[in-house]
Write a protein that binds this ligand. Structure first.
Ligand SMILES: Nc1nc2c(ncn2[C@@H]2O[C@H](COP(=O)(O)OP(=O)(O)OP(=O)(O)O)[C@@H](O)[C@H]2O)c(=O)[nH]1
Ligand SMILES: [Mg+2]
Ligand SMILES: [Zn+2]
Length: 309
């Protein structure tokens, strides 16, 4: 039996990176038990699998190693089924921009909350700063301040000019890094900038909607050499709306790091931080310790209002 890392999944085929650096197309053995039936894909990029060789040179996956972590979203907007985006991730980079197509904080916060819920460290990358005028820079500085004070590393960069790229390199070296965000924000362009040899397809924005055209169509891991060790970059298809799985009212605020620290001071132990008196979160918003925008996004998620687009 051999062991390897799933770096691409397309239909019923899995591309596996082998121990010696080679790659092999594998299928999943027919009677492989789905984990429950809640997930649409039993094997995702980042999974470590054991497989045996078939006579025709392909592989047959027998087992999937237990995951250290993974991140999911709803398969479709109303679906109860979830789709595993990737497994065994060291860092989620939310790729966003104040340029085109502009990312809302509602979208960013849904991704960050999900990363917190699944215990995946996250950071923010604002791309396309070469397009910023003074007004956009001002808005960017304010936004970066909000996320930094919430506890996240924030990078401002341009895949086009290379500005800010070195800091991103430093932050991801030696890790397995998932890049996620709307179509057209420049995820693939960013990966190309990090490693020019990759030569990933980059798409134009649509003329009429100024959004991306969903150029990347499946998640794929690209192992690259940065400094000493191997860094695994996971490029993913752009997300229209991030379908969050449900969290209960009580746990949601724990996934906002800057709220988490004041929670014990709420008068009611089951406070949802909406209308309750003597709420430490509302006080923190008034005092400017928690941003009003993040708090509003918290309320929206609580009420199930979708402002993520
Ligand atoms: N001006 C500018 N344009 C950029 C930058 N990064 C990417 N772009 C452009 O943005 C468009 C989309 O880039 P992609 O890398 O394909 O975006 P993506 O996030 O991978 O999109 P999907 O694969 O559809 O999810 C392309 O026209 C890129 O040339 C940047 O830093 N500055
Ligand atoms: Mg892409
Ligand atoms: Zn409260």
């Amino acid at each position: 039996m051999h062991e390897g890392l799933v770096i691409r999944t397309t239909g019923s085929w899995y591309r596996v990176l082998e121990a010696d650096g080679g790659q092999r197309d594998c299928r999943l053995r027919g009677n492989y038990r789905l984990r429950g039936n809640k997930q649409t894909n039993p094997v995702a990029v980042g999974d470590r699998v054991s497989y045996e060789l078939e006579a025709d040179g392909t592989g047959l996956i027998h087992d999937v190693e237990e995951r250290r972590n993974y991140i999911v979203r709803r398969a479709t907007k109303l679906s109860k089924q979830t789709h595993v985006i990737a497994a065994n991730i060291d860092l989620l980079c939310v790729v966003a921009t104040m340029g085109l197509p502009r990312t809302s904080t509602g979208f960013i916060d849904r991704l960050l909350v999900t990363a917190e819920a699944y215990h995946i460290p996250a950071c923010l990358i604002f791309n396309k700063v070469d397009l910023y005028d003074e007004e956009l820079w001002e808005a960017q500085r304010e936004l970066s301040g909000i996320y930094r004070s919430a506890g996240y590393a924030v990078h401002e960069m341009s895949a086009l000019t290379g500005q800010g790229l070195e800091a991103v390199r430093q932050a991801i070296g030696g890790k397995t890094v998932l890049f996620s965000g709307h179509s057209g924000v420049g995820k693939s362009a960013l990966l190309n900038a990090l490693c020019p040899g990759l030569d990933l397809r980059v798409g134009e924005l649509s003329d009429w909607s100024l959004k991306g055209k969903h150029t990347t169509t499946f998640a794929e891991i690209h192992p690259i050499q940065l400094g000493t060790g191997t860094t695994y970059l996971i490029d993913t298809p752009g997300i229209k709306e991030f379908g969050m799985v449900d969290f209960n009212e009580q746990e949601l605020s724990h996934f906002f790091p800057e709220m988490r620290t004041v929670l014990p001071e709420c008068y009611f132990s089951n406070c949802t931080h909406r209308h309750e008196p003597r709420c430490a979160v509302k006080k923190a918003v008034e005092d400017g310790l928690v941003s009003a925008e993040r708090y509003q996004n918290y309320l929206n998620i609580l009420e199930g209002i979708d402002t993520s687009v």
